[in-house]
Design a protein around this ligand. Structure first.
Ligand code: FAD
Length: 345
């Protein structure tokens, strides 16, 4: 579904942040910023999107797909270099596969990360998620943030009929709710009355009969892995609070950077020494986009998690009517539209 920006509710105030004009980096050429002249986002069912990406990858001539669960990395005992993986295939047979470069992309619950370093994600809150049906959202093609008096709530359309609602519950409150009653009762009594009227009826219906999913919101700073022969990307490497919805942006940008870093795969993969040098460049270059997204996600959660004046400050101090043509526009940073320029090391 197309997304053109955010609509934020804060107590009895509302404000819309549109994504910036396509001609960012200077003043918008002329006229209004409506329609195609703005950057547009897309919201979607995550599972369907990933399945279609996999189908596309399978159809590539130089891709061979092997399905299985990786159990551990295989290392050269003398050099410490990672030379492959051990996995179980669909018939539960244990097998090994070897490569000059192993790329780890097994997500936030990664069981391979601990073979490279001991840093673990830190969780401060959970998102409880419902899928709402046939909601008539008040504004077309916008994602919604509902702030104060509770922790932040996100609402965004993911299909022609389906709308996702993510309700943040800090871990301490979550534990207390579990002791006192249950999470459905908490959402019904404390959260639903704070939602925009258009969302309340379908939220109540989803709460009564729908699946209430639970996902931790975590933080894991990225770390340049020094072990030769291996590279780690996506959530396995680096996680930030899901409030700003940056995880897919980082994961997809990691893939594009990886493609550019590796160059022509056919020749580069055969060259073990070249593969040895590539990861260092990759970890350094990915900071261009990951640093801003990590800092903003954590900082905005700290601000929006409060009910005090800091949220008020953001709503009133940001320049929201310049078509987003300047890097100071909030959405250019949240979505990595203006990456940071740093000096090469
Ligand atoms: C509640 C919530 C809401 C979010 N909302 C948004 C949003 O609105 N926008 C956004 O951009 N991001 C969002 N994110 C973040 C986003 O989903 C992740 O950042 C993104 O999916 C990371 O992609 P990934 O490929 O690194 O990891 P994953 O998507 O987790 O994929 C990892 C894959 O590896 C597989 N795997 C795991 N272990 C093994 C193994 N041992 N062997 C073989 N395969 C294995 C898994 O089955 C999985 O298919 C959200 C996250 C959460 C928790």
């Amino acid at each position: 579904m197309p997304v053109r920006g955010y609509h934020i509710y804060w107590k009895d105030e509302e404000v819309t942040f549109y994504y910036p004009a396509l001609s960012y980096g200077g003043a918008p050429s002329s006229g209004s910023c409506q329609g195609n002249r703005r950057v547009e986002g897309r919201s979607f069912h995550h599972g369907r999107f990933v399945s279609r990406l996999r189908d596309l990858a399978k159809n590539e001539e130089n891709v061979t797909v092997v399905e299985g669960t990786v159990i551990s990395l295989v290392s050269d005992k003398q050099t410490g270099r990672v030379i492959g993986v051990e996995y179980t295939d669909n018939k539960k047979q244990s097998k090994k596969s070897y490569s000059n470069l192993v790329i780890i992309a097994d997500g936030s619950r990664s069981n391979l990360r601990s073979q490279l370093h001991q840093q673990q994600p830190i969780s401060t809150s959970r998102f409880r998620a419902l899928e709402l049906l046939d909601v008539q959202l008040p504004h077309h093609s916008l994602a919604y943030g509902i702030l104060g008096p509770n922790p932040p709530i996100l609402v965004y359309q993911i299909g022609a009929r389906e709308t996702r609602i993510l309700i943040d519950i800090p871990n301490a409150l979550h534990d207390k709710i579990l002791q006192d009653s249950n999470v459905r009762t908490y959402i019904k009594e404390a959260v639903v009355p704070t939602l925009p009227p258009a969302v309340q009826t379908s939220a109540t219906a989803a709460l009564e009969s729908g699946r209430l999913r639970s996902m931790p919101n975590e933080y894991l700073p990225s770390r340049a892995v020094q072990t030769p022969g291996v590279l780690i990307i996506g959530d396995a490497s680096n996680i930030r609070h899901a409030l700003t919805g940056s995880g897919m942006t980082v994961a997809l940008k990691d893939i594009v950077l990886l493609r550019d870093t590796l160059g022509a795969a056919g020749t580069a993969f055969a060259d073990a020494d070249a593969m040895h040098k590539k990861p260092r460049h990759f970890y350094w270059k990915r900071k261009d986009y990951s640093v801003v997204l990590n800092v903003l996600a954590q900082a905005l959660y700290t601000l929006f998690g409060t009910t005090g004046n800091s949220t008020h400050l953001i709503l009133h101090s940001t320049d929201i009517d310049d078509c987003g043509s300047t890097p100071r526009h909030p959405t250019t940073r949240i979505h990595s539209i203006h990456p940071i320029r740093r000096h090469a090391r």
